[in-house]
Design a protein around this ligand. Structure first.
Ligand SMILES: Cc1ncc(COP(=O)(O)O)c(C=O)c1O
Length: 295
């Protein structure tokens, strides 16, 4: 267990979904060691944090969208160690009033805006080599932190047993796939359902590779209008659940849980099943949605 996961406790909360004609489910979440570092990011950055702490690198370089949870979590993790970080941001113009980018800067993250075509190259070896040569003292993390080490961190999470007994199904939101892969590896006897909030035809293949061929997972479509876009019902759903102390946002957790509710209404699980939904964080994104007038 690395130093970040060690700082967290696992919380279980039962969510009442009667208003949505759906059986109650368990919500499992991690306590937030510091603001901005939450949910799946704690586990995904666990190994990188330890590597940085050990002094092998000066800082961390990574990339993401202008409201990215991963960018801020990386900046916060580096900030905890008093180390610098570099964020390559999708979008050439960096808006000085964007609350997520402001928070990244406050943590000492240097931000560089990339235009659409530059950002589209992010998975290519030449792109990565270029930035690694520019910042040779920095540990490089891919978008979403979904590399082997990120998956290994998520694998350490133990969500096997709710207060009511063992879990049969574990559900999470999926973007770049590392969270689902890590949970599948760490819970080999549990059925994993990944609710994809992106439209990405290559996602299933990516998860297969990250999950080292493990077969206890399936991907379901929760993308709705596409990544980052959501219909009003999803935000209404988030607001309704907030009334029982369950804070969600409509890009990842709210969208995924909403899709799960639709799924359980049409295809209920057997009575002896026990399902838990992983709250993967992302609440920092609410400020950005408010700032853009989207909620
Ligand atoms: C809040 C939140 N939930 C879920 C995910 C999806 O995780 P992954 O990219 O590992 O599929 C992300 C993105 O990393 C996220 O920010």
């Amino acid at each position: 267990m690395g130093a970040l996961i060690d700082r967290c406790q696992v919380h279980w909360q039962q969510i009442n979904l009667a208003a949505f004609d759906c059986p109650n489910i368990w919500l499992v979440s991690l306590s937030e060691p510091v603001p901005g570092l939450a949910g799946n990011k704690i586990a995904k950055l666990d190994a990188a944090f330890d590597t940085l702490k050990a002094g092998q690198y000066q800082g961390i370089a990574t990339l993401g969208g202008a409201f990215s949870n991963h960018l801020l979590a990386t900046a916060v993790a580096c900030g905890l160690l008093g180390k610098p970080s570099l964020g390559l941001v999708r979008g050439q113009e960096l808006d000085a009033n964007n609350p997520s980018l402001q928070a990244c800067r406050q943590q000492g993250m240097q931000l560089i805006g990339l235009n659409r075509s530059q950002y589209a190259e992010r998975h290519n070896a030449a792109f990565i080599v270029h930035w690694q040569q520019q910042y040779p003292e920095y540990l490089w993390l891919p978008e979403g932190g979904s590399n082997e080490q990120g998956v290994a961190g998520v694998r350490l999470l133990d969500f096997h047993c709710s207060p009511a007994g063992p879990i049969s199904h574990l559900v999470c939101a999926v973007g770049s796939g590392g969270t689902l892969a890590g949970l599948a590896l760490g819970h080999p006897n549990i059925q994993l359902w990944g609710m994809s909030v992106v439209k990405d035809a290559s996602l299933s293949r990516k998860i297969q590779v990250l999950a080292l061929g493990q077969g206890n997972w399936q991907l379901m479509d929760a993308a709705d209008k596409g990544y980052g876009r959501f219909k009003p019902e999803i935000w209404q759903f988030c607001q309704k659940l907030a009334e029982q102390g369950c804070q969600l946002e409509p890009i990842y957790t709210g969208k995924a849980l909403y899709a799960l509710v639709q799924q359980l209404r049409t295809s209920p699980l057997p009575n002896n099943a026990r399902l838990a939904f992983f709250h993967s964080g992302g609440l920092q994104g609410l400020a950005g949605l408010r700032y853009r007038g989207l909620i």
